[in-house]
Design a protein around this ligand. Structure first.
Ligand SMILES: [Zn+2]
Length: 325
């Protein structure tokens, strides 16, 4: 290349079961405009594509241009074909050529990938500035996902399933996971796993967790945010819970560190708001590993940008999209 390409914007679209959030993002990762629409999965994918295209086109008419777009979807995504193989939230979308339909409507190249991969790409580009070559990322939400950046590129594996750390086994037989198996990392570090263990501990020790109970008197409404706040304020039960969660995360992540020898390990998602109560046990576990070199290199970083999926979708689109044939 002889000349530097002009800075462009990308559109990022995060498709959820209830809401779809769209944004136009600068090449530097800044959100310039964003909005959300109801996904309405029952209306099917064609109507959905029309409504997303209408929203983005209305922004264009206001003068906000973009030269590529990215779709982030929770589920089994075939990034090569631009097709959703399976998503529990969007059953009518299975097999539909979502990427090409949206590309035809918007007349820009579109990339499509699962939301965890794109969230990791977003954090990689905006928080690590795309500098390290090898990064392992884990996304903590209701479920646990992950993504791998190897040699500076998003690594998808042979079927686009790479980086699915949430269902890597960290205990035998272990807690029951939403996937039906036992002992998956998600069953410990996903928000439902954290809350389930918290309720059990609180039931076993009626005098413990005073701050947790004060913050959330009806334990049916308990969320990781309550446990983060209680831990910050000194609650021993909440701190013990985060230490356990950190331990299981460390077990899962340490296997990835040994396999991929990354420069950095990114921990994304709202659960990461527990901060040092989650991070310190992982640091300790890494420090105690006998194989010093890879654990000495892997820098741990918490990233808590709720826009990471959309930003990552837009940036990957700018980074990777090829012109339509
Ligand atoms: Zn599982």
């Amino acid at each position: 290349m002889t000349s530097k390409p002009a800075l462009r914007n990308g559109a990022g679209i995060d498709v959820g079961g209830t809401f779809t959030k769209a944004a136009v993002v600068s090449a530097a990762g800044k959100v310039l405009r964003e909005d959300r629409i109801a996904t309405r999965p029952s209306e099917g994918p064609r109507t959905f594509v029309s409504r997303v295209a209408a929203l983005l086109s209305s922004w264009r008419r206001e003068g906000l241009s973009f030269s590529a777009a990215g779709l982030a979807i929770a589920g089994d995504v075939d990034a090569e074909k631009g097709v959703l193989r399976f998503s529990p939230n969007l059953p009518k979308f299975d097999g539909f050529r979502l990427r090409d339909e949206l590309s035809a409507r918007l007349e820009v190249p579109v990339v499509m990938d699962n939301d965890a991969n794109l969230a990791v790409w977003g954090a990689y580009r905006t928080e690590l500035y795309g500098r390290p070559q090898n990064v392992v990322g884990v996304t903590l939400g209701t479920g646990v996902g992950g993504g791998l950046v190897l040699a500076g590129r998003l690594y998808r594996g042979s079927t686009g399933s790479a980086g699915e750390i949430g269902h890597a086994r960290v205990e035998i037989p272990g807690e029951l996971c939403h996937c039906g198996r036992r002992g998956c990392l998600e069953a410990y570090a996903g928000s439902y796993g954290i809350v389930r263990r918290a309720r059990r501990l609180l039931a076993q020790a009626p005098r413990a967790g005073r701050l947790v109970r004060a913050l959330c008197p009806d334990l049916r409404n308990l969320e990781p945010a309550h446990l983060s706040e209680a831990a910050q304020k000194g609650d021993a039960l909440a701190r013990r819970l985060w230490a356990e969660t950190g331990f299981y995360l460390a077990v899962g992540l340490s296997n990835l560190v040994l396999v991929f020898n990354p420069d950095a390990v990114l921990i994304l998602g709202g659960v990461s708001r527990a901060g040092r109560w989650l991070l310190d046990p992982i640091k300790e576990y890494f420090k105690a590993q006998p194989f010093k070199t890879p654990f000495g290199r892997a820098k741990l970083k918490l990233a808590d940008n709720p826009n990471a999926g959309r930003v990552g979708a837009a940036l990957l689109a700018l980074d990777q999209a090829r012109p339509r044939r």
